[in-house]
Design a protein around this ligand. Structure first.
Ligand code: F6P
Length: 344
């Protein structure tokens, strides 16, 4: 079989590890031949390919980013884009396609399979961890590690100056990165998009700390949190998503904290550093297991499905399960974390 491989959407640590495992297992166990499509769905539409064999993928396990490049191209944005994908698929002589991506990329994969019958399998990628159908997406724990390392460093400088530092993390409309990095980094308050933010409650906590002689505080805020009166429609990408970093929630929150508590406050936006560099061991291993499963799914003809982690097992689930609803932080999970974060 000739198998196309593409990576779409925001890059994420572990993409290359998936490619490596899918190519190694596909070639060795099943005799598959692989071809990389450049920059996500754009590479399919433009028929821009790059060779993928065992020599190319050999050194990729720990390498960040994606050797295939990525984009947020949405073929269904243009009339007839899906049919054009099907033509390109035939022109390139493909028998199957492995699409590695998040909600948007896998949403396209689902439609190409469901509406046009293309033999596509999916692999769940995103630092946001907001895909349903799987316990974890690869890349998430690397982003959490990067953010919690940063929070550790911010504690010492915040304490030295009796400052409040507001740390903005990524995650779009899911608060998983904020929750886990705030928990691991010992934040004094965590704001996630799933819960209406209360600036008053955060300020109250900061005042309480100051009264107890603790002049500093770390507040972790997810980029998707909308403070009352600060909603901003802004420009959107091809899938209709706003660039949330431009909303500047950390800056606004730091200003309000300063006004209401009198404490000196600073905002730190971690941004794309959370997506950069080598994956942590868990993500290398998970990405490898996903890549292996993707090769098996191609060989088994398990199309329209996505590799998924369920407990300790990597299984496969319908793409529908993955993209029909965002996986956000449930109330009960938030409450358990909040109990510890709120302190005495
Ligand atoms: O989905 C991954 C993600 O990093 C989000 O957390 C963030 O909102 C978005 O991508 C940023 O996108 P871009 O790289 O286009 O700025």
């Amino acid at each position: 079989m000739r198998v196309g491989v593409l990576t779409g959407g925001g890059d994420c640590p572990g993409l290359n590890a998936v490619i490596r495992a899918a190519v190694r297992v596909g070639a060795r166990r099943y005799g598959h031949e692989h071809v990389g499509l450049r920059r996500g769905w754009r590479g399919l539409l433009e028929r821009e390919t790059t060779p993928l064999d065992r020599d190319v993928v050999g050194p990729l396990l720990a390498r960040g980013g994606t050797i295939l490049g990525s984009s947020r191209t949405n073929p269904f944005k243009e009339e007839g884009g899906g049919e054009e994908c099907a033509r390109a698929f035939a022109d390139l002589g493909l028998d199957a396609l492995i699409a590695i991506g998040g909600e948007d990329t896998l949403g396209v994969a689902r439609r190409l399979h469901g509406e046009l019958g293309l033999p596509v399998v999916g692999v769940p990628k995103t630092i946001d961890n907001d895909l349903s159908g799987t316990d974890y997406t690869f890349g998430f724990w690397t982003a959490v590690q990067i953010a919690s390392d940063a929070i550790d460093r911010l504690h010492t400088t915040a304490e030295s100056h009796d400052r409040v530092i507001v740390v903005e993390v990524m995650g779009r409309h899911a608060g998983w990165i904020a929750l886990e990095s705030g928990l691991a980094g010992g934040a004094h308050a965590i704001l996630v998009p799933e819960r209406p933010p209360s600036v008053a409650a955060v300020c109250e906590r900061i005042r309480g700390r100051r009264e107890r002689g603790r002049g500093y505080a770390i507040v972790v805020v997810s980029e998707g949190v909308e403070l009352v009166g600060e909603a901003d429609e802004g420009a959107v990408d091809e899938f209709g998503h706003r660039q949330l970093a431009k909303a500047g929630v950390a800056d606004t929150l730091a200003e309000r904290i300063e006004e209401e508590t009198g404490a000196e406050a600073r905002a730190v936006v971690l941004g794309h550093v959370q997506r950069g560099g080598t994956p942590v061991a868990f993500d290398r291993s998970l990405a490898t297991r996903y890549g292996m499963r993707a090769a098996e799914m191609v060989a088994e003809g398990a199309f329209g499905r996505m590799a998924a982690l369920r407990g300790e097992r990597v299984v496969d689930v319908p793409l529908d399960d993955a993209v029909s609803a965002l996986k956000t932080v449930p109330e009960r999970v938030w409450e358990r974390v909040e109990e510890v974060v709120a302190g005495p």
